[in-house]
Design a protein around this ligand. Structure first.
Ligand code: PEP
Ligand code: MG
Length: 594
């Protein structure tokens, strides 16, 4: 529900995920699938409803054949055969006859009749003990949603890559893939009903410097395309019909922000050195090769995390080895001699290959994701590994694996790298024999196994986004439990400490590349815990450097010791925040509520 603000204003409160303020017209692009109403039709309209159903079946059949063709090209015929079961649902005469009978006898629309009969079948199938038959309920659900999309036209979406006018985009949700390709010249910012700070959609918004608010609950239903609004990405507000006074106050906030940005520019080319001389590596997270310009402009020391998934999504086919080589080479060459850490493919979770349309999983973050996918899809993995190895002679390239959960997995991945190296050697293709390989530490079991893992890699990079969700059992995408997603939870502090100690015991460096690394509130704590490198969105680099240059290591070590003893997330957070406010009060000049 929205609150009313000053005269005529309507204020929606959500979760701020990407700073900045924008104002313009709202464009609502996606609402949650509306419940299908029972609508009666006249006798003479029944034939037309049956025809609509038949047309939707034809369209759906075409769609499934097309998906099947693409899956077969990308993953092979066996994977594509899963869609045979979907086609069988479409061709089931008993089922379709029942739908037609329901339309005729009850005189209702095709979509209502279809949903009614499909729900009955799904309920029956889900209750059966036989696992094979229970699986058919999933196929049925999938096909049902395709047919309903075709019947209601809700599958037709606005093309967010090319908008006619500039707009604040509002949607029930936005996938990371749609966000990556938002029309940058027209989209001023975005708001979604669901989501959280560490979703990849939010991470992208920060990296694109696009103001964004998520968790706005019913915004996509209550806001209308064409309404004039102001979106405040600092405080998580969307204000419909802002008054002149509100616009004036926000104008002042934006001016303060510009002044702070100018001040931060002064540290851009200075090293991140604490007051006692301790040197910290500050690097950047990127998603696209073109982000290397932003990395250079940010004053960071190379790339600590290159999320390569974005080369794979939003396209009809997989990128070839050559295409990948060119993309990685471009970044490596642009930034050399600075290091570029390329993370191998981390598909799954909330990032999917749009063209593969693989069946959904109940728990995608616990499912066939990241290194688990790559160790099965060996051709896809090896093509990427060869591309990375080949570009290692073009700059200072390192690589790391996501979501390692134990030693076996790490050894298998390393063995595949060795195979790819042997293949290149045999063909006389040059690569850096001594390329550094690291493991992301983002699964609690990897922390427990860190001593063994450390013997097989040259560095650790802690992915706090996932480490927090997996350790605290808090879905990183779910706004309803966002308050439980606590980076300063005592359990998390101890896991980070254990990882750092294990890494240092074996003489390897330990970085953090999750969102915690780019939020200045956590910088002193992470450095106090002994972290060697922090990797973050380019937009955060100057703030973090500015702060590091005001830190005394003895003080932050004391903060870390306190935190390791403390059993309250809030107290740890309060201590961290008050330290940052004490040593760098200027950092907060642009954030207070106007
Ligand atoms: C993380 O989990 O912290 C991380 C950096 O990886 P991603 O956000 O891409 O899952
Ligand atoms: Mg991760």
């Amino acid at each position: 529900m929205a609150d009313s603000g000053r005269a005529g204003e309507k204020i929606f409160q959500g979760i701020p995920v990407s700073p900045g303020v924008c104002r313009g017209r709202i464009l609502v692009v996606g609402r949650p699938q509306d419940e299908i109403q029972k609508i009666h039709v006249d006798e003479e309209e029944i034939g037309c409803q049956v025809q609509r159903l038949e047309q939707a079946l034809i369209d759906t059949r075409h769609e499934i054949h097309e998906v099947q063709r693409q899956v077969s090209a990308a993953l092979g015929a066996e994977e594509a055969s899963i869609f045979d079961a979907h086609l069988l649902v479409l061709d089931d005469p008993t089922f379709m006859d029942e739908v037609i009978r329901y339309i005729t006898q009850q005189r209702v629309t095709a979509e209502y009749a279809f949903q009614h009969v499909a729900d009955k079948y799904i309920r029956t199938l889900s209750g059966i003990e036989d696992e094979y038959l229970r699986e058919r309920a999933t196929d049925m659900r999938d096909v049902t949603s395709r047919i309903l999309n075709n019947l209601t036209g809700s599958g037709q979406q606005i093309d967010l890559r090319h908008l006619k006018d500039s707009a604040i985009v509002v949607s029930y949700d936005l996938s990371p893939s749609s966000t990556a390709y938002l029309d940058r010249s027209k989209v001023l910012g975005f708001g979604t009903d669901v989501g959280s700070k560490t979703s990849h959609t939010a991470i992208l918004a920060r990296s694109m410097r696009l103001p964004a608010v998520v968790g706005l609950r019913n915004a996509s239903r209550e806001m209308q395309t064409g309404q004039y609004a102001l979106l405040d990405g600092f405080n998580g507000l969307v204000i419909i019909n802002p008054t002149d006074q509100t616009l004036f106050e926000y104008g002042q906030l934006v001016r303060r922000q510009v002044t702070l940005e100018e001040k931060l520019q002064e540290v851009r080319d200075k090293p991140a050195v604490a007051l006692d001389g301790t040197r910290v590596i500050v690097s950047a997270n990127i998603e696209q090769p073109s982000d290397s310009d932003a990395v250079k402009a940010s004053g960071s020391e190379g790339v600590g995390l290159f999320r390569t998934e974005y080369l794979f999504i939003n396209r009809e086919t997989l990128p070839t080895e050559e295409e990948q080589y060119e993309a990685y080479r471009r970044v490596a060459a642009a930034l050399k001699p600075q290091p570029v850490i390329i993370r191998t493919l981390d598909l799954g979770g909330d990032k999917f290959l749009s063209h593969l349309n693989l069946p959904g999983e109940m728990n995608p973050f616990l499912g066939w994701r990241a290194i688990r996918f790559c160790l099965v899809e060996k051709d896809i993995f090896c093509a990427q590994l060869r591309a990375i190895l080949r570009c290692s002679v073009e700059g200072n390239v390192k690589m790391m694996y996501p979501m390692i959960s134990g030693l076996e997995e790490l050894k298998k991945a390393n063995a595949m790298v060795d195979e790819c190296k042997a293949e290149l050697r045999k063909k006389g293709i040059p690569f850096d024999e001594n390329i550094d390989i690291g493991a992301m530490i983002e699964v609690p079991s990897a922390v427990m196994a860190a001593d063994s893992l450390a013997r097989h890699v040259r560095f650790f990079s802690i992915g706090t986004n996932d480490l927090i969700q997996y350790s605290l059992a808090v879905d990183r995408l779910n706004e309803k439990i966002a308050h439980l997603y606590e980076p300063t939870h005592p359990g998390i502090i101890r896991l980070i400490k254990m990882t750092v100690e294990a890494g240092h015991r074996h003489g390897i460096w330990v970085g953090v590349c999750g969102e915690m690394a780019g939020d200045p509130i956590y910088t002193p704590l992470l450095l106090g815990l002994g972290v060697d490198e922090l990797s973050m969105a380019p937009a955060s680099v100057a703030r973090v450097k500015f702060l590091i240059r005001r830190i005394k290591m003895a003080e932050v070590q004391e903060l870390a010791e306190f935190s390791l003893e403390c059993d309250s997330s809030r107290e740890i957070l309060a201590r961290s925040e008050s330290y940052v406010r004490k040593v760098a009060p200027g950092l907060f000049e642009d954030s207070p509520q106007p």
